[in-house]
Design a binder for this molecule. Structure first.
Ligand SMILES: NC(=O)c1ccc[n+]([C@@H]2O[C@H](COP(=O)([O-])OP(=O)(O)OC[C@H]3O[C@@H](n4cnc5c(N)ncnc54)[C@H](OP(=O)(O)O)[C@@H]3O)[C@@H](O)[C@H]2O)c1
Length: 271
């Protein structure tokens, strides 16, 4: 568990927008100093300036493409140069890919899996031993409500989040008796740049969504309660249970409706 927020350091990946930027703001509000990592430097600079003015937060910015092999090692070298211990790691950087099989670039999928799975796993294994040695610390890994079932038209993304959920829960069980907690955060649809980047621009406008503020607030409460996973919002929680009360086939076919809008000729005989 976190020793304390105050004057401790958090490493937040994907801090240039959305849920990651919100984590940075909330953690700064609780007195933490921050290492912010993402590819876009300008929004992180703006955020850092704002947090310095509001809370006196020390922010160290690392501009890095975390889908590249070896990026997490280089990021941790930057952290070591600072000479601080990471009390909280928020493995938030992630992307989705939404679309038809034929329109999906294998290279894009590979980069997505590298970011969502390999980098998150590598950073976790680089940071966790120090936390265990000190007997305190916490990790929040961004999974998704999509982790609970296969999702048509974003199969590789949903599967990557199943990995994050299962990996994080296993580590939670291993680490909790040694003072360290690991939380899998499983948001539903959240109002960020995610769907635009994923290849479904405008999709978010037509669907119920949560704000990053609510998602992060729920996550920090769950972290303090040492929960192993949390799904913000009761609708999303019910969605995660749905797959248990129906057949897997029905759940998969139903998932096709999520990303149906904007697609043509997508009805099939088994619908
Ligand atoms: N929004 C949702 O509905 C939703 C639902 C469930 C789970 N999630 C998860 O929540 C996390 C945050 O997403 P978000 O919704 O906040 O979306 P977002 O606004 O698009 O933020 C994604 C963040 O990841 C960073 N990122 C992307 N590719 C990167 C790379 N190659 N190297 C380093 N950083 C990279 C982006 O920064 P740069 O572009 O500057 O690199 C950005 O800061 C993701 O793991 C996502 O899977 C989102």
């Amino acid at each position: 568990m976190l020793d304390t927020y105050n004057d401790r350091w958090a490493l937040v990946t994907g801090a240039s927008s959305g849920i990651g930027a919100e984590f940075a703001a909330r953690l700064a509000g609780r007195g933490m100093h921050l290492i912010l990592a993402a590819r876009r430097t300008d929004p992180m600079n703006t955020l850092a300036q704002d947090l310095l003015t509001k809370h006196g937060t020390n922010c160290h910015i690392v501009t890095v493409d975390l889908a590249e092999p070896d990026a997490s090692r280089r990021l941790m070298e930057e952290v070591e140069k600072l000479g601080v211990n990471v009390e909280l790691l928020v493995n938030n950087a992630g992307v989705g890919r939404i679309g038809e099989i034929e329109g999906t670039s294998p290279e894009d999928v590979q980069r997505m899996l590298s970011l969502n799975i390999l980098t998150l796993t590598d950073l976790t294994y680089r940071v966790l031993p120090g936390m265990l040695e000190r007997g305190h610390g916490a990790i929040i890994n961004l999974a998704s409500v999509a982790a609970f079932q296969p999702v048509a038209f974003m199969g590789a993304y949903a599967a990557s989040k199943s990995f994050v959920l299962h990996f994080s829960e296993a580590l939670w069980a291993e680490a909790r008796s040694r003072g360290v907690t690991v939380l899998a955060l499983c948001p539903g649809v959240t109002r960020t740049e995610f769907f635009d980047v994923a290849g479904a621009p405008g999709w978010l406008d037509k669907h119920t969504s949560q704000t990053p503020f609510k998602v992060v607030r729920t996550a920090l409460t769950a972290l303090e309660r040492r929960r192993q996973y949390i799904i913000p919002g009761w609708r999303n929680y019910l969605l995660s249970l749905w797959v248990r009360f129906t057949t897997r086939r029905t759940a998969i076919n139903e998932s096709k409706r999520y990303f149906r809008s904007g697609r043509k000729n997508n009805r099939t005989s088994e619908d």
